[in-house]
Design a binder for this molecule. Structure first.
Ligand code: BGC
Length: 738
């Protein structure tokens, strides 16, 4: 062990307690201050640097230059390196071969699972099952931590009403209330209540802020919106994750109000630290610092580094702008050393809280990696949450299928293992995945499944149509698996159309014309325009990209082993021209009331209503709602009002319903949405069973950014809606006085 490493170990011993259960902040503080006082300028800058590792055919690898940087203390953080053995190797370089032995922080995109892959996040959000979503993050964190990782770039908190944007698949949909609950749950899942626990990892709130609102849905494009809209609809999920204890935040690529987030002091310092009290560190998104040269708000990389750190950025992912320029900027007085110290302090404090100074190898255990990864429990959970995430958009009775029925399965996606994992599939491996058609064969008997590819998802090749039609002619029912290639969603995967690509719909039309009952299973990562397909198919099951156990989960739902209960967390338009379309729209001065009136806020060629509304989703049973019962005619001040409905399962099988509550403030100092989600509950009911579901409305339910930008309620009359979808609700009225 080097002399310096021994010194560090001594310091750690002296300050033992930081990063372990029951650790106290004071012990972390003294450890960090002691280190800071001994660091050279170059070593400090090194802690603000994050470089990527690579993955070659033989396994993980790192560029020679980066290894030299680690050794010289010029790079304190690495992402994309994993496996217990490999991270240990790199950690040994940092601990034993650098002057101060400061451990490396290892980050990775663990977005919807690490090895066991869960549905894409848009799918997870459609489960509306907050506890299960938290559990999915806990499992992902445990698997990742066992592979040597400390830090995930999740939760992705970008509210989005723009289906052209490929990254809508990575978020929780359109709604800030649901999105906030999910952001907080995922943060709790990853971080647990003790960051020093070897099974938990650090969360990173991204992409701060408003990355989900790029103009025209083009990735990385300009974002501009009023401060009021930003605060009411876009910021809440980021804040919820910060409030839940997330200790890192990622700046988004986009500009906001003319200033790229990476140099946006209003976002990074005034709101994040000033208003929200965030005390972790902020990392850029990839080369966000040098990208500002293209944005056009800085002259060169040096100027960009200055703008970023002075705005509140602490760590530079991959651009090398900090490592190349901070020393000179400090010597020239353009950045104060105090600013750098503050960034380093924040980063080291998080490393201390992770327990890395006590034992830099605590996350690198090959034994734990073997034991905790893709366990039968993790896989069983993945199967359940995948089923829960699926949304039955329509069903004329073709579903559920009956075991033993002869089923034609059509579509290239039915035999794709890879697509089931979706984008950002962590370290998930397609060879561990059973395809939909194989899972159906396993369940229904191979001889009862007649598979034909028909066509793929992208090309115009119709040469497989005939074989598909022949398969259909030999079957009782048809399951057609169609949608998007998973690489058509995620980062840099914007589309100018939201139709089902290629000739898939044409094949569906030909199959539907045979008169055989058809159920469509959709694999996709965005709201699609399904207006044509909804006319052709008897049933449509939105399965998103359901993850490692997706094949089995789709089978469970198709055959009724699992009664679908997902509800859309994002509106599905009936035409791209309706976009942006979302349930919290305003009324306008000329609301759309009369189908034939010209001078109303409407389209000439399409109705205003979406094809499938926010909150929509069917089951193999039905639910009836009583009228709303209110605890009074209203309430005042800090009081509250209860609102309940009785929900009855009127069908023949047990089912789960997501009971949703919306409100409308009829007159405000600023105009208010005609409906806004304010609460929901999941209830599971046996056939014939009724349950009274109650909500409490208080001042916080009614609060918003008033005209003077203060946040709070206003007196007046309100409408209340409770139901099983935003467009299928019971209605009541109440008033509120201050
Ligand atoms: C993405 C981030 C991701 C980062 C690191 C970027 O391109 O925008 O979401 O966390 O890469 O992989």
């Amino acid at each position: 062990m080097k002399k310096t490493a021994i010194l560090l170990a001594l310091a750690a011993l002296l300050l033992a307690g930081c990063g372990t259960s029951g650790s106290n902040d004071d012990s972390c503080t003294s450890l960090v201050e002691d280190l800071l006082s001994r660091m050279t300028l170059e070593e400090k800058i090194g802690q603000t640097v994050l470089y990527t590792s690579d993955w070659s055919v033989t396994g993980p690898s790192i560029r020679d230059g980066y290894i030299d940087d680690i050794r010289a203390g010029r790079c304190g953080n690495i992402f994309n390196a994993y496996t217990a053995a490999y991270t240990r190797k790199l950690q040994e370089v940092a601990v034993n071969e650098t002057r101060l032995g400061i451990p490396i922080l290892f980050g990775y995109d663990v977005i919807h699972g690490f090895r066991t892959i869960f549905p894409i996040n848009l799918g997870l959000s459609a489960s509306w099952d907050i506890e299960a979503i938290e559990e999915s993050a806990r499992i992902a964190g445990r698997e990742a931590a066992a592979a040597g990782l400390h830090w995930t770039y999740s939760p992705m908190c970008d509210i989005c009403v723009e289906p052209r944007w490929g990254r809508i698949s990575e978020g929780a949909g359109e709604d800030p209330y649901l999105g906030s609950l999910i952001a907080a749950a995922m943060t709790r899942g990853y971080q647990g209540d003790d960051l020093g626990d070897e099974n938990t990892i650090l969360a990173c709130v991204k992409h701060y802020a408003a990355y989900g609102a790029p103009q025209a849905g083009r990735d990385y494009n300009t974002v501009d919106m009023s401060d009021r809209w930003l605060r009411e609809f876009y910021l809440p999920p980021y804040k919820a994750a910060v409030d839940a204890g997330a200790l890192s935040v990622m700046a988004s690529f986009n500009e906001l109000d003319g200033v790229p987030a990476t140099a946006n002091k209003y976002l990074m310092t005034d709101i994040l630290r000033g208003e929200w009290g965030f005390d972790g560190f902020v990392v850029t998104d990839y080369t966000g610092i040098t990208e500002m040269i293209c944005h056009g708000n800085v002259t060169d990389a040096k100027d960009a580094a200055r703008a970023a750190i002075n705005a509140g950025i602490d760590m530079d992912m991959q651009s090398a702008a900090f490592s190349d320029n901070l020393a000179a900027l400090i010597h020239e007085g353009k950045v104060s050393e105090k600013t750098l110290d503050e960034a380093v302090r924040r980063i080291l404090t998080v490393k201390a809280k992770l327990g890395l100074f006590e034992d830099p190898y605590r996350y690198c255990s090959e034994e734990r990696e073997r034991e905790l990864t893709m366990t039968p429990e993790n896989l069983a959970f993945a199967r359940r949450i995948a089923s829960e995430s699926m949304v039955l958009l329509q069903n004329d009775g073709v579903l559920p299928l009956r075991k033993g029925q002869k089923i034609a399965v059509i579509g290239a996606l039915a035999e794709s293992a890879d697509d089931l994992l979706g984008s950002w599939r962590g370290a998930g491996e397609a060879d561990k995945v059973e395809t939909i058609v194989d899972a159906m064969r396993d369940y229904n008997g191979a001889s009862n499944i007649i598979y034909a590819r028909g066509c793929d998802e992208i090309s115009d090749d119709k040469s497989g149509f005939q074989a598909a039609l022949s398969a259909v002619s030999r079957a009782e029912k048809v399951v057609m698996v169609i949608g998007e290639d998973c690489q058509w969603t995620g980062e840099a995967a914007s589309r100018s159309s939201i139709n089902i690509p290629g000739v898939q719909s044409e094949l569906l039309e030909r199959i539907a014309a045979t008169g055989k009952p058809v159920a469509v299973v959709l694999l996709n990562g965005r709201p699609l325009d399904l207006s044509a397909e909804s006319q052709m198919a008897g049933a449509i099951l939105e399965a998103w990209y359901p993850g490692t156990m997706g094949g089995q989960a789709v089978t469970d739902v198709l055959f009724g082993e699992f009664n679908p209960c997902g509800k859309l967390s994002v509106t599905f338009p009936r035409a791209l021209g309706q976009v942006p379309i979302y349930h919290y729209a305003k009324n306008t001065g000329r609301p759309y009331v009369h189908p034939d009136a010209k001078y109303e806020s409407r389209y000439l060629d399409v109705v205003n209503e979406p094809l499938f509304a926010f909150g929509h989703g069917l089951a193999y049973t039905s639910f009836e709602y009583s009228d709303i019962e209110l605890g009074g005619s209203g309430f005042s001040g800090n009081g509250s009002l209860s609102a309940s409905v009785t929900v009855t399962n009127t069908g023949e099988r047990e089912g789960t319903e997501v009971v949703q509550m919306y409100i409308r403030d009829l007159v405000g100092s600023v105009t208010r949405p005609v409906k806004q989600l304010k609460g929901f509950q999941r209830v599971t009911l046996a056939p014939g069973q009724s349950e009274r579901v109650s909500f409490t409305i208080d001042a916080s339910t009614l609060s918003f950014y008033r005209q003077d930008m203060t946040f709070g309620p206003e007196a007046g009359d309100f409408k209340l809606f409770i139901g099983g979808a935003s467009d299928n609700v019971k209605e009541a009225s109440f008033n509120y006085s201050l």
